[in-house]
Design a binder for this molecule. Structure first.
Ligand code: COI
Length: 356
């Protein structure tokens, strides 16, 4: 790897760290952050690591008005040997650039971004928690900061990385959650920005999530935007079903996010010779499989929760209980395998783990 130039200004004070056995998700941040600027004609410049602090933006900055922004999410873990490791960070950098392309944001040098990310983590390595179920959540993000009220791509951007020690994303952890099939709102449509990791997709999901929560559900199951028939995602995760011994996940269609956990689960299943297919799957098919006693498991996959089993699914007034609302054998096997590779407690035959 090239020796990239990053200016480092260390913080003169250190914040008090939270108890690592009482971490919530995304509420505390480490001592430092990474910042780099982009100016049209000059490219990306002034890469720096500085003390974590608020930033000043012009009220007319494009991000506030038209949402030109992308982000990523990945995790760093502390191994038993006290090393810090990341899980497939190169995949996040590739996806960041795919999101950049969709949002007309200039691409970043993936190798440099990874170098910067590792440097920031190594400066704040004491913040990587070592308690089971915890990690250091890494949030790279890019946003348009040019003050301009016309609708057009910005001429200036900021690329930042912040770090947050986290515990479980869902209070249920690996325990099955209750899901409502969403039949009014959609998360994304084909041709929209569904397969980019951009703020608008998450803002668009809030209303359905709020209504589902008010009715006692944890998340919603998103259907496609055209026919309201085919399954797309669950909450902010990809989704898998096990029917008659075969695992099925919705095929990537432009409106589904290409999850890195999704990709890893598919690769694990192939490695284990468990039948798995990526195809369109309708909500009807799931309920039919349930009635034929063929629906064995269902689970969401994502960086934040890793695996989140679905215990209950409600649609059009009918409620089905999947696998007696218990964590399925396959869900547990995938969760254990992924988390032990991620945390360095087993060999990594895939080369997914990257040392910081
Ligand atoms: C994930 O499941 O990793 C997500 O995308 C959630 C994140 C937005 C907090």
């Amino acid at each position: 790897m090239k020796d990239y130039q990053i200016d480092v200004q260390l913080s003169s004070t250190k914040k008090e760290k939270p108890a690592f056995n009482q971490l919530s998700f995304g509420t505390v941040f480490t001592d430092h952050m990474f910042v780099m600027d982009y100016t049209k004609g000059k490219g990306w410049h002034d890469a720096r690591i500085i003390p974590y602090q608020p930033i000043t933006l012009d009220p007319a900055a494009i991000i506030f008005h038209y949402g030109q922004t992308v982000f990523e999410g990945l995790k760093a873990y502390k191994t038993k040997e006290d090393e810090v490791v990341l899980f497939r960070p190169d995949e996040n950098m590739k996806r960041l650039n795919r999101s950049n392309q969709r949002l007309c944001i200039p691409e970043i040098d993936e190798e440099f971004a990874l170098f910067a990310l590792k440097k920031l983590i190594s400066i704040d390595k004491d913040w990587v928690p070592n308690v089971e179920g915890t990690s250091l959540y890494v949030r790279p993000f890019i946003f348009a900061d040019e003050p301009y009220l016309g609708v057009s791509p910005s001429n200036t951007y900021k690329f930042m990385i912040i770090l947050s020690p986290v515990g479980a994303y869902y209070k249920e952890g690996i325990n099955p959650v209750k899901i409502a099939v969403e039949s009014e709102f959609v998360r994304a449509v084909k041709g929209g920005t569904g397969n980019a990791k951009t703020a608008g997709n998450y803002a668009a999901s809030l209303k359905a999530q709020e209504e589902a929560e008010a009715e006692g559900f944890s998340q919603v199951l998103w259907l496609d935007g055209r026919e309201h028939k085919y399954i797309e995602e669950v909450g902010s995760m990809n989704v898998f079903f096990k029917i008659k011994g075969e695992v099925i996940t919705p095929e990537l269609n432009g409106s589904i996010l290409e999850g890195i956990t999704r990709k890893s689960v598919l690769e694990l299943l192939h490695f284990w010779n468990i039948p798995v297919v990526e195809r369109k799957i309708s909500i009807d098919e799931i309920f039919q499989a349930y009635h034929a006693s063929e629906l064995e498991e269902a689970f969401g996959t994502g960086t934040a929760a890793v695996i989140s089993p679905i215990g209950e699914l409600s649609w059009q007034g009918e409620k089905i209980i999947i696998n007696e609302a218990k964590t399925g054998e396959l869900s547990k096997k995938i969760y254990d395998s992924l988390t032990s590779i991620q945390t360095g407690s087993v060999e990594d035959p895939f080369g997914w783990r990257v040392e910081v």
